[in-house]
Write a protein that binds this ligand. Structure first.
Ligand code: AMP
Length: 133
């Protein structure tokens, strides 16, 4: 059965899309640690991040770099932090979180409650700053 993230890529489940190319897809985390918290996934379904090929990890990181740059432009922060957990959804993903302090990367923190309108606005703000391919 397809993962929830593959179903998002297929358009079967809605997402707040931030960027996409032929191999990777970026969308807002629905339980954000901060405004701009984004997930980057490979379209190819692989559970464990480190089971991706060397080439995929390289290309995914370059794609994530562009997404991080767009997040930082839209939501000024000290740095965009990156984390790979993957304990909840068995489809490799990178978390990108705009950080004002180290504490913003604590996944045990309470998550932000955003309205649909706010999610739409956040995704648009990041998309506007995405440099493209
Ligand atoms: P983890 O697998 O531990 O890295 O956590 C999975 C992340 O995916 C969590 O931060 C969830 O909030 C997020 N998530 C789960 N389902 C969705 C979804 N349908 N759309 C956006 N984010 C999701």
């Amino acid at each position: 059965m397809a993962t929830i993230f593959s179903r998002i890529v297929a358009g079967e489940i809605p997402s707040y899309k931030v960027a996409e190319n032929d191999k990777f897809y970026a969308f807002l985390d629905i339980n954000p640690l901060a405004k701009g918290h984004t997930l980057v996934i490979p379209k190819r379904e692989v559970d464990y991040f480190f089971d991706l090929t060397d080439e995929e990890i390289g290309e995914m990181q370059i794609f994530a770099k562009k997404v991080a740059s767009a997040i930082k432009a839209a939501y000024p922060c000290i740095k965009v932090g990156q984390a790979v957990l993957g304990l909840e959804v068995p489809h490799a993903h990178i978390h990108l979180v705009p950080m004002q302090s180290e504490k913003d990367m604590l996944f045990t923190n309470p998550k932000l409650q955003l309205t649909t309108e706010e999610f739409i606005e956040v995704a648009e703000n990041i998309r506007k700053n995405f440099p493209g391919e």
